[in-house]
Design a protein. Structure first.
Length: 93
């Protein structure tokens, strides 16, 4: 039909064409490419993502006095952590 799938190219979240993923940042490009190709996420990437996410969520919970917002942020952090941990870990070869 219509769209990226009809031209034989892979649809990428955010509309970024696959050939430009490596040009975003030479350091992050391989991580993003490996994730999108289904190869997994490096352990270092998982640690960075989870650590920075929790640091920012905890700071936000400290700064935001609304209990419902804190519950929402903490629930989101738990669910995203579970999602990241369930992703395949890419081992160096």
């Amino acid at each position: 039909m219509f769209g990226a799938g009809s031209r034989g190219t892979r649809s990428v979240p955010g509309g970024v064409p696959p050939q430009s993923v490596g040009t975003i940042d030479p350091r992050l490009g391989p991580w993003i490419r490996d994730y999108l190709d289904g190869n997994g996420i490096p352990l270092k990437g998982k640690v960075y993502a989870i650590g920075l996410m929790w640091a920012s969520i905890l700071l936000s919970c400290y700064l935001v006095p609304l209990p419902w917002a804190r519950v929402f942020m903490l629930t989101s952090a738990v669910l995203v952590t579970i999602y990241i941990l369930r992703q395949k870990t890419l081992h160096k070869s």
